[in-house]
Design a protein around this ligand. Structure first.
Ligand code: UDP
Length: 236
C-alpha cells in the first residue's frame, strides 16, 4: 500500500537532459516516465511541475542584458515545451496525461483550471502543470509549492541530482551525511538548500512536507511513495 494518495512531483528541466548539455534526452525522459508509470500503477494520483532550465533560464545564460520579466516569460515557455514532451512520452507509455498552462496558450495546451485538474487526478490521469506560476520573478519550485497546496497534495517531491539534503555538499565534503528528516525551521537555521526561499516559505506556511530525493536513482520514486527511508523529508 502506498503511503500517499496524491503527490506533486517537481522535476527540474535539467533532469531531462541526461548527459547532454541542453535539451531533452530521449532515453532519460523515457526512464523517468517509467518511474512515474510505476507509482501510478500503485494507485497514487500524480501531478507534475517541470522546470525549464534545460532550455532557458530567466536569470542566466541567454537572458543576460534582457529585461528580466521578458526573459522569465521565455523561461515559462520553455517549461511548456518540457511539459509537452513529458506528456507525450507518458501518453505513449500508456498513461493518460493532461497539460495545463498557467499562461493562456490555448491552441497548444488547455489553461489551468483547478476543479478540472482535480477531476483529472480523480480519474487517474497525470496532470502536468506548465508555465510555472504564470508570473515572472518566480520559479517552478514555487509553482510546485503553489499547485501542491492548491490540489491538496500530501507532499511535494523535489527530484534532484543528490539523494537528499546533506549536512554539507557531499560533492565537496566526503564526511557529509544525509538527513532522513529535518524540520523547515532547522533547515533554515542551518542554511541548507532545499528549495528557493519563496517556495520554502509557502510549503512551511501550508504545512506541506517536501521530500528531496534523486530521480536518477532507479526505484527511488517508488520507495518515496511507499514511505521507505529514501531521500530527506522536510517537515513542519
Ligand atoms: N519562471 C518564471 N515564473 C515561474 C516559473 C518559472 O518566470 O513561475 C521562469 C524563470 O525565468 C525560470 C525559468 O522559467 O528561470 C525556468 O524555471 P526554473 O528555473 O524553475 O526551472 P528548473 O531550474 O527547475 O529547470
Amino acid at each position: 500500500m502506498p503511503a500517499y494518495q496524491r503527490i506533486l512531483l517537481k522535476l527540474s528541466g535539467e533532469a531531462l537532459m541526461g548527459d547532454d548539455a541542453f535539451g531533452i534526452n530521449r532515453a532519460t525522459i523515457v526512464r523517468i516516465v517509467d518511474e512515474i508509470a510505476e507509482v501510478t500503477r500503485l494507485g497514487v494520483q500524480v501531478a507534475i511541475v517541470i522546470g525549464g532550465g534545460n532550455i532557458f533560464r530567466g536569470v542566466a545564460g541567454g537572458s543576460v542584458g534582457m529585461d528580466r520579466a521578458t526573459a522569465d516569460y521565455m523561461g515559462m515557455l520553455a517549461t511548456v515545451m518540457n511539459s509537452l514532451a513529458l506528456a507525450d512520452t507518458m501518453n505513449k507509455a500508456g498513461l493518460v496525461a493532461r497539460v495545463m498552462s498557467a499562461i493562456g496558450i490555448e491552441q497548444v495546451v488547455e489553461p489551468y483550471v483547478r476543479p478540472k485538474a482535480l477531476q483529472y487526478l480523480e480519474e487517474g490521469k497525470v496532470v502536468v502543470f506548465a508555465a510555472g506560476t504564470g508570473n515572472p520573478f518566480f520559479t517552478t519550485d514555487t509553482a510546485a509549492a503553489l499547485r501542491g497546496a492548491e490540489i491538496g497534495a500530501e507532499m511535494v517531491l523535489k527530484a534532484t541530482k543528490v539523494d537528499g539534503v546533506y549536512t554539507a555538499d557531499p560533492n565537496k565534503d566526503p564526511a557529509a551525511t544525509r538527513y532522513t528528516t529535518i524540520s523547515f525551521d532547522e533547515a533554515m537555521a542551518r542554511n541548507l538548500q532545499v528549495m528557493d526561499a519563496t517556495a520554502f516559505a509557502l510549503c512551511r506556511d501550508q504545512k506541506l512536507p517536501v521530500k528531496v530525493f534523486s530521480i536518477f536513482k532507479p526505484g527511488a520514486l517508488r520507495n518515496v511513495v511507499m514511505g521507505a527511508d529514501e531521500g530527506t523529508l522536510v517537515h513542519v
